[in-house]
Structure formats: C-alpha cells, structure tokens
Design a protein around this ligand. Structure first.
Ligand SMILES: NC(=O)C1=CN([C@@H]2O[C@H](COP(=O)(O)OP(=O)(O)OC[C@H]3O[C@@H](n4cnc5c(N)ncnc54)[C@H](OP(=O)(O)O)[C@@H]3O)[C@@H](O)[C@H]2O)C=CC1
Ligand SMILES: CC(=O)N[C@@H](CCC(=O)OP(=O)(O)O)C(=O)O
Length: 384
C-alpha cells in the first residue's frame, strides 16, 4: 500500500493548489488518517470486471484500504499487470481466494465471484470475524427452492439466507447496520428495474401484475471470462434478446416489487445485449390503476427519491440515457403517461459496474460501518 499512500500524498500536494479538488476528494483526511482506523477490505474475485471496479472506487475512498486482491487464475501476479488502470497505484500481487485466512486480516470481504461461490465458502467462524458483501446472487432470494430452480445450482449455505439483507440501500437502508453480517448486493438489471418502478407499485398507481420490463445491458455485464457469444464480432453492430422468459433476474425483481405491492406478483422481464461497454437501460410498461396526471406521478417519485443522493428523477419528457450516468453511482429515472392505452412507461439508466455492482457494494459497506452513504462515491458521470 506504500505506493498508494505516496499517490495520496502527491494528490494532497496537488490538492493544496486547489481548494475545490481538496474538498471533492477529501484528500487531507485521506492522507492524515492512521491505517488502524481505516476499514480493511478484502476482495475475492478482484480480477473480474466487478472486482476491478471495486478496486477503482476503493482507491478513492477516504476510509477504506484494500488488503487483499483475491484471484483464482492470477495468484502471485501483480494486480497492476492485469489492470493497468492502477499502474503505480497498486503494488500488491494477487492472492489465493482463501476466505478463512482473509477473515483474520480484514473487516469486510467483497465476493465478486460467480454464483454459488460465496455460499460455498462462508461459515460461522468467518461470519464471527468479518462482514460479507456478496455481489453474486447467492443471498438475494429468500426462497432457496426458487434460487435452485432459477440458478440450477445447489445452495450450499441456506442457513444464512434469512439473515442476509437485500442491499438495495434506497429501500432497505434501515436494515443495513453495524450488526448486519451478510449483505446480498442486488444485481444490475434488478437495481435499475426496481428503482425505476418501485414508487408506483408502492403508491398503488400501477397494476403490478401487468409490468413488462424491457432491459438492455452493455457487454461488461457478462463479465471478463472468455465466451464466444461475447467476442467483438458476435456483439458489435448487433442487438439481441436473451434469457427470454427464463432470465434469473425475474424472480429477484418479482420478490422485491412483491414486498412493495404487499403480495406475490408475476411480471415479464426481457434482457438484451447491446454493443457498448457499460450501462443498463430499462424501459418498462404497466397498466394504470387510476386516473393520474403528470404531477401525481411525479409526486410519487419525489416522495421516495427527493432526498436520495443517487437517484435522479429527470425533468419532464427527458429520457434517461446510459451515457449520462457512466462511471457514476447515479440512477436516472423518468416516466411518461400513455393515455391512449391507459398505461405508463417507466424508464431508468445506470452503470452496471457502479450502481449495478461495485458502487452499490461500497454504498453498502458505508452503511455497515456507519459512514455517510456517499463516501467515496461522488464521482461525476464521465462523458464522452
Ligand atoms: N459484471 C457486471 O456488470 C455485474 C456483475 N455482478 C456479479 O458480480 C460477480 C462477478 O461478476 P463479474 O466481475 O462480471 O465476473 P468476471 O467473470 O469478470 O469475474 C469473476 C471473478 O471471479 C473469480 N472466480 C471465478 N471462478 C472462481 C472460482 N471458482 N473460485 C474463485 N474465484 C473465481 C475470477 O477470478 P480469476 O479471474 O482470477 O480467475 C474473477 O476474479 C458475479 O456474481 C456477477 O453476477 C453483479 C452486478 C453486475
Ligand atoms: C450482459 C449479461 O450477461 N448480464 C448478466 C447480468 C449481470 C450480472 O452479472 O448479474 P447480477 O447482476 O445478477 O450479478 C446476465 O444476464 O446474467
């Protein structure tokens, strides 16, 4: 971490010349902090896309330092040789994904690994020492049968499902406390879909059983692992639906919107792969249950999101676009009433690797450790 500290020190020197930079990055605090007071972080799966995004965000976090860059395939290789975006910022080598050893060395473990891995590693001893923020789906669904049916794998730790908190901070923040041991970080499509639709279900404005979600994702959503379907020529200049009628995010969205509706619901969710690196765009449709005006619906969104730092309800008739949230933890949402069909169109956009994965995971870590929720997450979206 010495290079990282030098990096911070250099940034601090630069920042003295600019009070604005200093204020935004809070570098003075960063430089002066004693290591013992920092949150020590381990990342299992640091070499994946979500893992690398965690590294990027945590390097700019004033209260956390990464102790463990976990990997399966790159053990003993320098992390910065794999991801050169952190060249000269990270000196560390990748380490074996050993959760038992890691639990003795850190305060929080992020598991940015394939479905099933976190559930296969976690145990009572580990949970007595460390908090887990799992970016996979292992602890998102409360019914283990539903998990096994949609994921087609056996759940190895069903005993922890009940206590895991679904970490959609804007809705569940009161449940994410210093006593929480496992946070199930929501998925990218699900975060965008739920936040886009939630206020209108909660307020009884739409019929929740009529919801149809049409979602698009950039290819980083599929991870870094080599797959023919994700090769440049397979993805570029083309778009396709996939997982039609069978996508594993369907029950996750149904469960969470079902809590908002106060009953079980069924909906249609169709994801699409589009030729861009990052971004989720959700366009969803539902039947209106009552006569509403623009102002009524806007008031419903404002009721839930007016004070939310990361949810931006756009101005009338402005449609969310992935480019305006890229690299940030923001979710942009908006809606349009369609009086001819008595339906409403609800739209949302986020960056799948930030609010859809690593950013939300850091937001959850902030809540677990009693920090302001936006600590380390104030990045302005980048454009172009
Ligand atoms: N990509 C995205 O937009 C989002 C991803 N997620 C979730 O985050 C998790 C990671 O996704 P993503 O980063 O895209 O995936 P990647 O395929 O890019 O990365 C997977 C990571 O897991 C490690 N890994 C794979 N298999 C094993 C294993 N058997 N044991 C230990 N480590 C293993 C890999 O290590 P190595 O490379 O060293 O082999 C790699 O670091 C998934 O659960 C995904 O569903 C959630 C929201 C959005
Ligand atoms: C484009 C693409 O393949 N996206 C992935 C979803 C992203 C992801 O990793 O899933 P979670 O958000 O549940 O963790 C998929 O469809 O399975």
């Amino acid at each position: 971490m010495n290079k990282y500290k030098n990096y911070c020190k250099n940034l601090f020197t630069i920042s003295k010349k600019s009070s604005i930079v200093s204020k935004v990055l809070n570098l003075k605090t960063l430089y002066e902090r004693n290591d013992e007071t920092m949150i020590k972080v381990g990342i299992i799966g640091a070499t994946g896309y979500a893992g690398n995004e965690l590294v990027r965000l945590l390097l700019g976090h004033s209260e956390a330092q990464i102790e463990w860059f976990g990997s399966r395939s790159y053990i003993d290789q320098k992390y910065a040789d794999i991801y050169r975006n952190v060249f000269q910022l990270v000196d560390a080598k990748c380490m074996d994904d050993n959760m038992e050893e890691l639990a003795d060395r850190v305060d929080v473990i992020f598991t940015a690994t394939p479905q099933g891995l976190c559930a296969s590693l976690v145990n009572d001893k580990i949970l007595s020492k460390v908090k887990i923020v799992d970016l996979s789906a292992d602890f998102r669904l409360k019914n283990v049968d539903v998990y096994e049916q949609w994921y087609k794998i056996e759940h190895k730790s069903p005993q922890y499902i009940d206590e895991a908190v679904y970490g959609l901070c804007e809705i569940n923040r009161n449940k994410i406390t210093k006593d929480t041991r496992i946070v199930a970080n929501p998925g990218c499509y699900t975060t965008c879909s739920i936040l886009t639709i939630y206020p209108l279900v909660k307020e009884g404005i739409i019929d929740p059983d009529s919801i149809i979600i049409d979602a698009k994702s950039g290819t980083s959503g599929a991870g870094r692992g080599a797959k023919v379907a994700n090769l440049f020529c397979e993805v570029n200049e083309s778009m396709k639906a996939y997982g039609v009628g069978t996508h594993r995010h369907t029950p996750e969205i149904e469960e969470q919107l079902g809590y908002a509706a106060g009953k079980d619901i069924k909906l249609i969710f169709t994801p699409h792969l589009v030729p861009m690196n990052r971004g989720i765009l959700v366009t969803s449709y539902a039947d209106l249950k009552k006569d509403v005006t623009y102002e009524d619906v806007k008031a419903a969104y404002d009721k839930y999101y007016k004070d939310e730092y990361f949810v931006r309800v756009l101005d009338k008739d402005v449609c969310p676009e992935t480019r305006w949230v890229e690299g940030s933890n923001y979710v942009d949402v908006n809606f349009k009433i369609e009086p001819r069909t008595n339906r409403i169109i609800m739209m949302g956009a986020l960056d799948n690797l930030v609010k859809g994965a690593a950013g939300q995971a850091v937001q959850n870590m902030n809540l677990l450790f009693g920090l302001p929720e936006n600590t380390g997450l104030k990045q302005v979206p980048m454009f172009p």
